[in-house]
Ligand binder design. Sequence first.
Ligand code: DAT
Ligand code: MG
Length: 151
Amino acid sequence: EEVEETYIMVKPDGVQRGLVGEIISRFEKKGFKLTGLKLFQCPKELAEEHYKDLKAKPFFPVLIEYITSGPVVCMAWEGVGVVASARKLIGSTNPLQAEPGTIRGDLAVQTGRNVVHGSDSPENGKREIALWFKEGEIVQWTSALVSWLRE
Ligand code: DAT
Ligand code: MG
């Protein structure tokens, strides 16, 4: 059981729709630890770097336009198994296929407006946190809840 970190981001549609608190709540209530949080206007170059693996996809330009279309909320979350668990809480990429109870299943309808991002591996979690946060923006702290969340 490894402590991992994941990069979670409320996309511009989530911010515009007033879903920031709701989305943060899902991860908070699950029992993960928030280590970074900011509202941020993403420059085009950063969006392209973040999604560089999708550069050849036909939807890439539209994806970059969407991610840079308004402020996003950047988050770093820490915990045992947080990467895969956050992906489960988020649900399938296409919100119409996402299970009810997931963020996308409950709050979104279109792949191109799927309200939230979550890293897909521990390696990408580290890579994305380093990409979106500066040194000093990630805070290490001890949660008073630890002994109530884990044996
Ligand atoms: P996820 O965000 O679930 O990790 P991904 O990494 O495959 O999904 O793709 C990143 C984003 O790109 C996704 O959240 C929305 C967009 N996207 C993916 N596939 C798409 C498609 N077929 N058409 C339009 N946008 C797509
Ligand atoms: Mg992805």
